[in-house]
Design a protein around this ligand. Structure first.
Ligand code: SDX
Length: 383
């Protein structure tokens, strides 16, 4: 082969695919901005509806704009019967991410605008998706617990209604605060794997349902969104906090990845993990035995990992590490963590898709072929 071997960026590491005004991840210093606003300021002062508006439309809404956006979200909360049927028939045994992916794909069949590629239609579809995905995730959780679909309560805010549909009652402040925080922190993160696959699919000019269905499929994996569930499973496996150090040392010695640590872009502490950890510390003295035990394990694991691999290797906790104990403090079951990640990230996926379509270019990278050529075709009977 006389072709010169090109430089290959394995895993597209270090490759820029487009320009964006949606999100800046400054991985060297551990800073994150949505549309120029630091994540700390948004987590402290904002709410999910406002953050979703910011991501999708590019600016913070005025009061009347936010109210109108909230109203549109509320109007989209109901789920069609064929969606609640899919959930009810499968919730007991199927993986919640599989149900969610199937439902979001199926949603396009009840949208008369599904094939309308105008930007106005895509804004409408984004609102529909942001609203309905939360209802779907809540209903999956409810049906897993043996309950039935709870009609949405249109007097409640977005995350309040999520908990209402999940639990069949109004949320307590102890449930609402962590869920709202996680919705804000997970809403967007530049060209992560699920956003990239959303863009790949959308770049063929497939519709937004197809694009975000690809995003959900990609989020599922434990190297990406699925890590929050795996991190908590590790904490359960550790069991007693006094086992933490030995467990982590053994795992590292066996070359295992510690879920919830490491990141392709952050070589400093993930600012989202910092915010989640601070929240966990703030509730530490008032938490259940389960959450207190998980918190102790999480803090001991974090200390060991940071001492061993933080400064020296750039391996720090990411957004998924402390998520488990925090979600458990809100009474959320482990199998709903990744679906909830999707319910939040849908805002980022839609924002990126709409932005990318303004100057669309088919995404089609290359592979360097290393197999044989011009092989002799042998009929099947002679092989
Ligand atoms: C998310 O991209 C985003 O923005 C994603 C996200 C978002 O908001 O969208 O931030 C959400 O997906 C967070 C990441 C969740 N995944 C995990 O927590 C899984 C555990 N972490 C990793 O497997 C890993 O760190 C990745 C997948 C997140 C990043 O992988 P890279 O960039 O491909 O790096 P790598 O796997 O090649 O690791 C580089 C080195 C290796 O050591 P060497 O072979 O060089 O000796 O770092 C080591 C790895 O072994 N390493 C770890 C580790 N992560 C990396 N060692 C132990 N435990 C870990 N968690």
């Amino acid at each position: 082969m006389d072709e010169q071997k090109p430089t290959i960026s394995v895993g597209l590491q270090g490759v820029y695919i487009t320009e964006t005004k949606i999100c800046k991840v400054d991985g060297n210093v551990g800073r994150l901005y949505y549309r120029g606003y630091a994540i700390d300021a948004l987590a402290k002062n904002s709410n999910y509806e406002e953050v979703a508006y910011l991501l999708i439309y590019g600016n913070l809404p005025k009061a009347a704009e936010l109210e109108a956006f909230r109203q549109q979200l509320k109007e989209e909360r109901d789920l069609p019967d064929f969606i609640t049927d899919i959930i009810a028939k499968n919730a007991e045994k199927a993986d919640p991410m599989d149900i969610l992916r199937t439902c979001v794909s199926a949603l396009s069949m009840s949208d008369s605008y599904a094939a309308d590629q105008s930007e106005a239609a895509n804004f409408k579809k984004a609102i529909r998706l942001i609203s309905k995905i939360s209802s779907i995730v809540a209903t999956i959780g409810r049906c897993r617990d043996g309950g039935d679909y709870v009609e949405p309560n249109k007097s409640l805010g977005h995350t309040e209604n999520f908990i209402y549909m999940l639990k069949g009652r109004d949320p307590t402040p102890q449930e609402l605060k962590p869920v709202e925080m996680m919705y804000i922190l997970q809403a967007e993160h530049s060209s992560n794997a699920s956003t990239f696959s959303t863009l790949v699919t959308g770049s063929t000019l497939a519709d937004i349902y197809s694009a975000v269905t690809a995003g959900i499929a990609t989020l599922k994996g434990p190297l990406h969104g699925g890590a929050d569930e795996e991190a908590l499973r590790m904490m359960y496996a550790i069991g007693d906090p006094s086992n933490t150090e030995q467990y982590i040392e053994d795992a590292l010695a066996g070359k295992k990845k510690i879920m919830g640590f490491g990141h392709r872009v952050y070589k400093a502490y993930d600012p989202r993990a910092k915010i989640i950890k601070e929240y966990l510390l703030s509730i530490q003295n008032n938490s259940s035995d389960e959450v207190a035990g998980l918190t102790e394990i999480a803090l001991r694991a974090e200390k060991l990992m940071v001492d061993k691999l933080g400064q020296s290797r750039g391996i720090w906790p990411n957004v998924d590490f402390f998520a488990g104990p925090v979600y458990r403090s809100a009474g959320i079951e482990i199998e709903l963590f990744t679906p909830l990640f999707a319910a939040s990230r849908i805002a980022g996926w839609c924002a990126h898709m709409i932005e990318y379509w303004r100057d669309n270019k088919l995404i089609r990278p290359l592979e360097y072929y290393t197999g044989g050529l011009d092989l002799n075709y042998i009929p099947i009977a002679n092989r």
